[in-house]
Design a protein around this ligand. Sequence first.
Ligand code: ADP
Length: 258
Amino acid sequence: MTAMPQDALVRIEDVRKSFGHLQVLRGVWLNVMRGEVVCLIGPSGSGKTTLVRCINHLETIDSGRIYVDDVLVGYRERKGGLHPVRDAVVAAQRRNIGMVFQRFNLFPHLTAVQNVSIGPVRVLGRSKHEVHAEAVGLLSRVGLADKIDSYPSQLSGGQQQRVAIARALAMHPAVMLFDEPTSALDPETVGDVLGVMRDLAAGGMTMIVVTHEMAFAREVADRVIMMDQGAIVEAGSAEQIFARPDQERTKAFLRAIL
Ligand code: ADP
């Protein structure tokens, strides 16, 4: 059966966004299917981070629509226009959207397991006991079974990033957004983080990943999206984009970085 656009878990429709006079997103259309792994690549400043931040409404949009699981994120429709919803509504919508940043921003005074548990306990009101067991399971899944009681300062960057991934997963999101999750890490810890992301992808998680890790994109992405100057210039399978890019800008970008 062919997947229809309305089956998409994430629907981005003609999204435009400017910062002052700088137009950063110039009408982006993108559907991400359930279980799909999409990698966003392209030169620095092309709008990849902004696009991902718009999905969970960390940035407002000027026009267009973004739906996650059929929910219009951050807005409601009225008289054909977009009207912002209350912060509490945005917060509820964000629970369905896991986000992993370049910088992991763990709570420094909480242990790994406490960092993973705090969302489900505080935000979802789940029992501490039940959440603790699940958090231990998640930390094991990201290879940190022996670090559950460590504080962030006792962990490497890569270990902290894996705690951050477990923390996002603890909310049972429908989709995980990654914004250059390995670019701030020491090279020797990058592989473990990519390994966790690879496992997540293999487990069927829907993922949108801004990355400079071309080997990762090539191996894991169902679809690679090339952005330049606020627009999608080319999209295709990893095989097609890396081996047979159509667009001159994609070719030039790949030549410059590979
Ligand atoms: P990428 O992730 O592809 O490197 P970004 O989405 O981070 O691109 O940035 C796109 C453009 O928007 C850049 O020119 C950047 O300087 C600008 N930009 C990003 N965030 C802001 C902001 N908060 N205020 C002003 N300009 C911004």
